[in-house]
Write a protein that binds this ligand. Sequence first.
Ligand code: PEP
Ligand code: CO
Length: 449
Amino acid sequence: MTVNADSSTSIATSWRDLPAAQQPDYPDLEALRAVTTDLATYPPLVFAGECDQLRAQVGAVARGEAFLLQGGDCAEAFDQVSADQIRAKLKTLLQMSAVLTYAAAVPVVKVGRIAGQYSKPRSKPTETRDGVTLPSYRGDSVNGPEFTAEARVPDPERLRRMYHASASTLNLVRGFTTGGYADLRQVHAWNQDFVRTSASGQRYEALAREIDNALNFMKACGADPAEFHSVEFYASHEALLLDYEAALTRVDSRSGALYDVSGHMVWIGERTRQLDGAHIAFAANIRNPIGVKLGPTTSPDEALALIDRLDPEREPGRLTFITRMGADKIRDRLPALVERVTASGAQVAWVCDPMHGNTFEAASGHKTRRFDDVLDEVKGFFEVHKGLGTHPGGIHVELTGDDVTECVGGGDEIFVHDLHQRYETACDPRLNRSQSLDLAFLVAEMYRG
Ligand code: PEP
Ligand code: CO
């Protein structure tokens, strides 16, 4: 991997002249330039070879041979970069993955919304409280959540903090996933603090016992493969702030190709996927596996045009379509997209985001989601793919390892009047640990279906 001083200039010509939606309005462009110049000299957070490895694994998802589990916070926050919180998130994802691997008997590709998910696209540029209007909070990478004029001014120094927060998070993730903690023999340990208090924890415990038996049996037979002792875990985030992503885009010395080394996989959001916009032009230039969110207004022609731009070689694993239609629309909107894409010969990975089409405001003013709607969208996703003979490739969820009360429903039911108890999200409502595990069990049943 070479840090090529020219890389940001050469990329610049391809997207800087195009309209870029959702970018911060920095008052001091000199300060921005100073930060991005520094960022361009910082070490890569991930390596090109790791991105290639993930692309190959997403290729298996596209071919129907593996399942993608992508999850984490809606928005990470600088003050939540702590060992406890990162471990809790990882534990939840590892538990979900164990459930899916064992109960659905499918290899699971594990990708966190983690170590870089600090930026948020917003539907409204301003927020009004008690007659006072201020710019919206756009994530810790841009401005502060406090409702004051000072906090809401975009500060480019926050891009530097995003880099350092991502680096320390990723360092811990790498430690946890390769240092023995993710060893399959730890399936019980991930559940320890959880098992007595929740129905999903108990259900998980029963499954963990079965996994243990299977491992003991294999060991007795003389099989103890290295795959059981560590886990491949990848980092992803929305490539929203192009100044940051471009500063972290480097030329790979092996291949001469460009990689965005801020994360293994990046995705383009529903609000920034304009075909003639800067985000798609930026994504077209990098070799990372790319995701694109597709909302209910996406036409089949748009989906095909996105494939032409982002995956002209039709390479399985290069492009993942993350559909987020809403439970009431998925059965209606998804079939035409899948049919046309399949007929075109492209092999994309289809992943279901059952969160972003199902958000509503509770009477208390909390933004929330119903667990039943989340589940119903995933069900619709499976129905459509089964009906068309295509592969329901994965799920993309917003979750946390903490016992928050942000989404309503689930096995340990959370009611609308509970929402205030632990409502801690920096942006959208997340599934808590118990809801996440419930979802994994239900998805495993659908997959086996
Ligand atoms: C998100 O993933 O947090 C998000 C904003 O999603 P979307 O672009 O699909 O609205
Ligand atoms: Co979100």
